[in-house]
Write a protein that binds this ligand. Structure first.
Ligand code: FS2
Ligand code: SF4
Length: 569
């Protein structure tokens, strides 16, 4: 195996024996083969000139497949085996579709007479001309693993081409995750599917230059913005705009279910099914921002947030005592059978030994098994008390715009720090807590994603009633932070988003942070600092392009970085 898609890649280079995340060799290889299959599907769509608007099931399954390969989403080899088979069937159906269209559209007698080529007469691809990704066949797991060993990341020999291809693929994985959440709420955009096919197919194309791939990387960022906007629209049209909300971090006396991950439709269904049962529901990690939506406030049993960022779950799930439902990443493989027996997965997530709950044809999920188990288990053990405040997504901040603008004009707020992204278990991430503690008192942190847990429980106070940590929501709500920046640019009548008193010090871990980064680059944001380490998948040359073109930098010491940020603009 070889995997270097996340920030914890072994020795800063890549995991080659077992993932630091817990992913084993078999799952890593099956993930590689699934991605390869998706590239083949994409080539057929592109070369066969198929219309993504007519490919419903294929589009949806591509999103799910991509999402399954995101770090910490799915550790279940059986689920990958099934998904590869499903995608191969869909791929072969597409090929047959193009073949049939070819036959129908072959030049007729008159076209031949006029010298028209096949390309001018219809959808034309000969199976023989397709890339192996669009043609290979495997029927057993052993064959899958054998094939996978030849098609992984290292199959691309040139390290710069490999780096750019993987940067695009990781961005697409994040994009697919956001598009899948939007889809679950009934919102989709065919241009997003069209781009996924274009970009995946391009990663098979050996004739593309590094410049072509850099352009495609930026286009990935453009569609990242489209997907985040789509999800924002899906979430807010269904559940209302997030508003300032205090969330309880202590516990109540009832038995309870903990819900983790990012999917709000899963949460809604769980709340509907637990209503009136005497079972409370707590959010975990990236699900915390659900409390900010008006649409969830009507549920009396939606009582608080339990624990911290994903990587602390080994201890925190022990003390939660009740069942846990993962709607997406980030799963840490449980250490005990007892905890494993309390973990349920759904959607793209999965783990061997944990019950997986599938949706029916209408997207409905039956969570009764989780509820029954909760009734038999103890209430959560309290691990902390108090409240945290959040809900500063775009509309809420726009409502406070006058106050914010006055504070900037009067000098009460000197700078904003965008500290969105992910948290992780590396000790070096203490940097972010220290950074938050040490930035001047006249600065404000804008956050989103699970990165917030490094400082959202510090008592950093407020500036004239504006809290010094403004949490917009989940990692995808980084979109809100971009809208806020664009709004401030408009209010202050600036030509360049980089002239605002906003500094970007982003923590990354998995591939959703990659799409957030690419989206910010597409929006013209420069001088983003990325930590705690730069991605292992950036070759020195590709890293240089990012440094020279966009001013991307790593992190240094807290004191030096704060001094440099405060000196800039
Ligand atoms: Fe955090 Fe994990 Fe949000 Fe990532 S809980 S690192 O999934 O996407 O962020
Ligand atoms: Fe290693 Fe990260 Fe890949 Fe897991 S996802 S195998 S930790 S690089």
């Amino acid at each position: 195996m070889f995997c270097y898609q996340c920030q914890e890649a072994a020795k800063g280079k890549g995991c080659s024996v077992k993932g630091v995340c817990g992913k084993n060799e078999e799952v890593a290889k099956l993930q590689d083969l699934l991605i390869y299959t998706l590239k083949g599907v994409s080539e057929i769509v592109i070369k066969g000139k198929l219309n993504p608007a007519e490919l419903g099931d294929v589009n949806h399954e591509v999103l799910k497949s991509m999402f399954m390969t995101i770090t910490n989403a799915n550790f279940d080899a059986v689920a990958f085996e099934k998904e590869i088979k499903k995608m191969l069937t869909l791929r072969n159906n597409l090929r047959d579709m193009v073949d049939a269209a070819n036959k129908k559209g072959s030049p007729n007698f008159f076209q031949k007479l006029l010298g028209l080529k096949k390309e001018q007469s219809g959808k034309t691809i000969a199976v023989a001309d397709l890339h192996n990704a669009a043609k290979f066949e495997v029927s057993s797991k052993a064959e899958m693993l054998k094939k996978a060993a030849t098609v992984g990341v290292l199959a691309t020999e040139n390290e710069d081409v490999r780096s750019l291809r993987e940067l695009i693929i990781y961005g697409l994985k994040g994009l697919a995750a956001y598009a899948e959440h939007a889809l679950n709420l009934g919102k989709e955009d065919d241009t997003v599917y069209a781009f996924i096919y274009e970009a995946l197919a391009a990663t098979l194309n050996d004739t593309l230059s590094a410049d072509d791939l850099v352009a495609l990387t930026l286009k990935t960022g453009q569609f990242g913005v489209t997907a985040m906007a789509l999800l924002d629209e899906a979430n807010t049209s269904k559940y209302g705009h997030p508003e300032i909300t205090e969330v309880n971090i202590g516990v109540k006396k009832n038995p309870a279910i903990l819900i983790s991950g990012h999917d709000l439709t899963d949460l809604e269904q769980l709340l509907e099914q637990t209503k009136g049962t005497g079972i409370d529901v707590y959010t975990h990690s990236e699900m915390l921002p659900a409390h900010y939506y008006p649409g969830f406030k009507k549920y009396d049993n939606f009582v608080g947030n339990y624990g911290n960022a994903w990587w602390k779950q080994i201890e925190e799930f022990e003390s939660f005592n009740g069942p846990i439902l993962f709607t997406t990443n980030c799963i840490v493989p449980p250490k005990s059978d007892e905890v494993r027996s309390r973990i349920f997965t759904t959607g793209a997530s999965g783990h061997p030994g944990c019950v997986h709950i599938e949706a029916d044809a209408n997207g409905k999920k039956d969570f009764s098994k989780i509820i029954e188990l909760a009734k038999r288990l103890k209430a959560p053990t309290e691990i902390e008390t108090g409240k945290i405040v959040g809900g500063f997504a775009h509309e809420q901040v726009f409502a406070l715009a006058d106050k914010v603008v006055d504070a900037v004009k009067s000098g009460a707020i000197k700078k904003f720090f965008v500290m969105a992204g992910c948290d992780g278990r590396m000790k070096s991430r203490d940097y972010y807590t220290e950074f938050a503690q040490n930035i001047p008192a006249d600065t404000v942190i804008l956050t989103a994603g699970c990165a917030k847990y490094r400082y959202n429980k510090l008592q950093l106070g407020d500036i004239g009633g504006i809290p010094r940590v403004l949490d917009a929501g989940q990692c995808n709500d980084s979109y809100s932070l971009a809208l806020i920046a664009l709004k401030l640019k408009e209010v202050f009548e600036l030509n360049d988003i980089n002239d605002l008193p906003i500094a970007y010090n982003i923590a990354w871990y998995e591939q959703k942070a990659v799409i957030v980064l690419l989206a910010l680059l597409h929006l013209g944001v420069k001088n983003i600092h990325l930590g705690p380490t730069l991605p292992a998948f950036l070759s020195p040359n590709v890293a240089n392009v990012l440094i020279e073109t966009f001013g991307i930098a790593g992190i240094g010491t807290v004191d030096n970085d704060i001094a440099a940020f405060m000196d800039a603009v």
